[in-house]
Write a protein that binds this ligand. Structure first.
Ligand SMILES: Nc1nc2c(ncn2[C@@H]2O[C@H](COP(=O)(O)OP(=O)(O)OP(=O)(O)O)[C@@H](O)[C@H]2O)c(=O)[nH]1
Ligand SMILES: [Mg+2]
Length: 359
């Protein structure tokens, strides 16, 4: 039996198995086995070639990939929000390569990529799907573009991405697995688990060769999320969902994802909101550099991500700053008093001023 057939069989068995004390262990086992088969398929596909993706150089402070079915309006959108010109036409698969553009917003320079329309079966290589998905993997944010006149597109895309290990709009599950030498599996929970039982956790861990460990579960995860923690190749990418062609429907109808932004790319409606949403979702912050010779540089703030530390700041400076870093002086919200001395691990906040002292 092929891996594909086995995956299908397991999926059916899982759908037909009621969860109760007697089946929990078996369910955990099946889920883990399915995940391993999927990984095998992926590894095989990427070795076969053709899955290397487009050769696009990352530019700007962040990279956004527009993902959507053929003719949803991706090229129309990129032509409106960036300096790029991508061919627009009424037929499907107009865009056959990856077209990069730069969107400037509030001091940030954001690279936006227009790629061929993804379709069902993309992860099997249909419609250049594999290249498309590998570009998506490297993005900081996926802009999911849906057609206001069509239902169910989001679900298809989410599934295609899920099967290649991309988790859109999700954080890594808050689970810590510490392997031990003996003592079996010890589970510590911070809240009540309703979607997975202890039996299932143990079955999944065992299937991954872990028989002794302390597992700390801090959120109400399900089995697939536990598997995500155990599999190494998962990526978590921010998402923004837009519904295009709302001129044809007069707005977003029922059945579209919550929080989706209505736009009409052709008439340029909703695009200012979209630019702001992309910027906010990328969690940018600006930090000002201070030097002895020039003082505070307010002209060119450093674009950083919320949560970034002095270490990240220094890594963006000429190399000798990192090599000869002694400490930094910081003015702003992240410190208790102006000019406070901090180390590399100090977390900066939007608007901070940083002066690096070298050895
Ligand atoms: N009614 C309407 N039509 C639109 C809108 N945006 C784009 N279109 C039309 O939709 C068609 C496809 O637009 P493209 O921008 O080429 O779509 P695409 O997603 O890049 O398509 P592929 O490159 O083939 O994947 C064109 O005829 C556009 O004029 C919109 O907001 N409303
Ligand atoms: Mg196009």
């Amino acid at each position: 039996m092929s891996a594909e057939e086995r995956i299908k069989e397991i999926t059916e068995e899982l759908a037909n198995t009621k969860r109760h004390k007697g089946t929990e262990h078996h369910i955990g086992l099946l889920m883990a086995r399915r995940a391993k088969l999927q990984r095998e398929l992926l590894d095989k596909a990427s070795k076969k070639g053709g899955g290397s993706g487009y050769d696009i150089k990352k530019q700007g402070n962040a990279t956004v990939v527009i993902l959507g079915f053929p003719s949803v309006g991706k090229s129309t959108l990129i032509s409106k929000i960036t300096d790029a010109k991508s061919k627009i036409a009424a037929y499907e698969f107009t865009t056959l390569e990856c077209i990069p553009g730069i969107m400037k917003y509030k001091g940030a320079s954001i690279q936006v990529l227009d790629i061929p329309g993804i379709i069902e079966g993309a992860q099997e290589g249909k419609g250049r799907g594999r290249e498309v998905l590998s570009v998506a993997r490297k993005a900081d944010l996926i802009l999911v573009m849906l057609n206001a006149t069509k239902q169910g597109e989001y679900e298809v895309m989410e599934r295609e991405l899920r099967e290649v290990g991309i988790r859109m709009g999700k954080k890594p599950p808050n689970v810590d697995i510490k392997k031990e030498v003996r003592g079996g599996v010890h589970i510590i929970t911070a809240r009540k688990l309703t979607r997975i039982s202890r039996q299932e956790i143990i079955a999944i861990l065992n299937e991954y060769g872990i028989h002794n460990a302390t597992v700390t579960v801090k959120e109400n995860i399900d089995g697939d999320q536990l598997i995500d923690v155990l599999e190494k190749n998962r990526v978590y990418v921010e998402e923004v969902v837009v519904v295009n062609k709302t001129d044809l429907t007069g707005g977003i109808q029922n059945g579209f994802p919550k929080g989706a932004l209505p736009i009409c790319a052709e008439r340029g409606e909703g695009l200012e909101e979209l630019r702001e949403k992309i910027y906010n979702e990328l969690k940018f912050m600006q930090v000002l550099t201070k030097t002895r010779t020039k003082g505070v540089d307010r002209e060119e703030p450093m674009m950083m991500k919320i949560g970034d530390t002095v270490r990240k700041f220094v890594s963006k400076l000429p190399r000798d700053y990192k090599k000869n870093f002694k400490y930094a002086l910081v003015w702003g919200k992240s410190v208790k008093f102006p000019g406070q001395r901090v180390g590399l691990g100090h977390k900066l906040i939007d608007g901070d001023i940083v002066y690096v002292v070298k050895k």
